[in-house]
Each structure stands twice: as structure tokens, then as C-alpha cells.
Design a protein. Sequence first.
Length: 411
Amino acid sequence: MFARNLTRRTGTLELMEDLGEAMTTGRGEILMMGGGNPGHIPEIQAIWRQRMRDLLADEAAFDSVLADYDQPAGSPRFREAVAGLLHREFGWPVTSRNIAVTNGGQTAFFFLMNRFAGDFADGSHRRILLPLVPEYIGYADQSVSRDLFSARRPSIERIGDHSFKYHIDFDRLDLTDDLSAIAVSRPTNPSSNVLTGPEIDRLSEIARKRGIPLLIDNAYGVPFPGVIFEEVAPVWAPHIILSLSLSKLGLPGTRTGIVVACEEIIAELSAINAITSLANNNVGQALTCPLMESGEILRLSRDIIRPFYQRKAEFALQQIHEALPADLPWRVHKVEGAFFLWIWFENLPIPTRELYQRLKARKTLIIPGESFFYGLDTRDWPHSRECIRLSHTQGEETVRRGIAILAEEVA
């Protein structure tokens, strides 16, 4: 079961293979409009280079980072720094015992989703509720057993002629007895949708009353990296499991995820880390620890990272409006955060998987939307075959050319 589920052809595997091939064999030729790699922000890159120089200058610290295993839950100093930041800034009752580090946020969710769902020793099968799809493609194939998710269609608010927004349809949430957790990303990858404060509060209350956790993937959100263009407050409670990451701070190569949860879950994650990988990558923790301790990480997120991506999003959206015919039935999800535009071509005569292949033949990589609609039967839902994800993190010329080619294909 394990080998079958994790080695078959999946949307995630196809995406990473195409991106890897483009990076190694087609650099400068292929328009990379598909992946979630963060942009290279000069001010942020300069900070990480300086932090690396600081580490190199401290021989004892540098040797420890490279030559020593740390605790399975992560560096004690780093965990204390993150807990201190969250307690000072938001008043959360957390200590280092509420913080665990994993080898990336993707790994954290692999552990958590298989912890809470799948086949159990008592013979039961439990699933995770996705209250709104499309949802992050990286969750879709993480099950080591079977049938991990139970997803729900959103309500769709049409905004003007060429925009729309997803909302959770609470009237159709249908909370079945086999649900063992609720999971959301905020902002949502792929759509950039940000669940509103009332939506999060309502999900949190549902989870608390049912005695199940609410998992919030905060890879792009607040408090860091802050790639969120709506004014929202971060939330945590003992029944909430919050996942953070260093990747969108410009450090995807360090593979550092952070989980904020009750002490029991942190102890379990520490045990899983010890069994699967002994310890975590030390580099990301060492680079960012002083910025967590000082709170500087929040200023960087607010004053540099967020404005950088907001400008990128606004430029890409402008290009869409200029390139796509006004009389074509297209809509872009309201741009609320993350690295993507989510474009809906209503009544598209071909599935977006075919559009993806046509664009790929023209050396333009986007992500077809079908793989983001999982955990439910979509055969009678054309919307699930009419959307694409387009990254706006590349240079302006790449974005302009890619959107122009897209417009030619759908016109």
C-alpha cells in the first residue's frame, strides 16, 4: 500500500519533474509560470548572505550546525525563540514544548495527515475534511493507506465581469462521523483565497465541539512570511495545529517547517522525526533564530516580503486584463495572497490538462487545475476542469510573455 500510493504518477510528481527538467535543461528558454518557488528578493537575499557570514565567523556555532545532530523536535534555542515571538506578539500561551521543527512543511503535513486519518487498529477508517476545494495539491497523494480526504464544494461569489471568490458553504458541510480532523491552507494554494476571520472562527468552533483538530497550513500567511494581502489576525488554540515554514521567507532549500500545537502532538511529531530522519536540518534554524528572537522577522515580512509579492500580483493581474479579450468568459480569483493567480475559463471547450500540454509545447509551464479538486466526485462539476494556476513570482518579461501565449491559446 505504501509503495503503491507514494510511487504512482501524481499531479505533484508531474509538477516537480517538469519544473526540475525546465530548471536543468531549459533555463532561459522555458517560461516558468507553474511552480511555487519564492522570488529572489535582493534585500532578503542580502540578509541571508550576511547571516551565513555571521555563522562562518563563529567557528563553534558553524561546526555545531554542520556536524551535530539536534534534538528530534528541533533546536531548543530556535523553538524557544519561535514560542517567545508568538507569546510576545499575540499573547498565545505557548512554550518551546508547543513547537516542533520538521524537514519542511510538506513533511509536517505528511506526518499529521497520516496521524489523524487512514486505517486504524480498531478497524475504522477515518478521513480529513477539506471544507473547501480547490486545495493544495501537495496533500492529495500523502496517504499511506487509502481515501484520506472528504472534500466539499465552495460557494462561488462572482465579482464584476472578471473576478470571483470562494467561500465555505457551511450549509453543505455535512459533518459525517468518520471525520477526524479539518484542514485548510490560508492563503489557499492554488487560488490565493484567504478564509475570512468568521470562517476560521466557525471552523475552529466546529472542531472544538467535535473534539478534533483544525489544521491550518500557514505557508504563505501571517505572522510570517506575510504573503497575504488582507488584514487578518493569526489564530491558535490548543485544538488548532498551525504549520509555518521558512520556505517563503526565501529559504526553500533549508527545508524547515514549524508546527505549533498542544504538547501531546509535539511529542508525537518529535518521535516521528526521530524514527524517520533522526533529526532536522539545522541550517534554516540557525540562520533565522536571531531574527525570531528580536522580532525582526515580522518587520521583514511586513515591510519587504509582502510588498514585493503584492507588486508582482498586481503586475500579473494587469497583464491578464490587457491580454485576455473582454468578451471571453474568464475570471481571476480575487488576489488575496500567496504566489498565484487562479484563472477560471468558464465553458472552456477542453480540459485544462490539455491546455497545459498545449502551453508546454510552446515552452510555457502553468499548472492545470484538475489535480487541486480531490476528495470528492467532480464529474458533474465543469468548474473543476476550467481553472489553471499561474505563478507571478518570475521576472516581468517572463510573466508578460507567458500570459500573452496563454491568451493566444484560449482566445
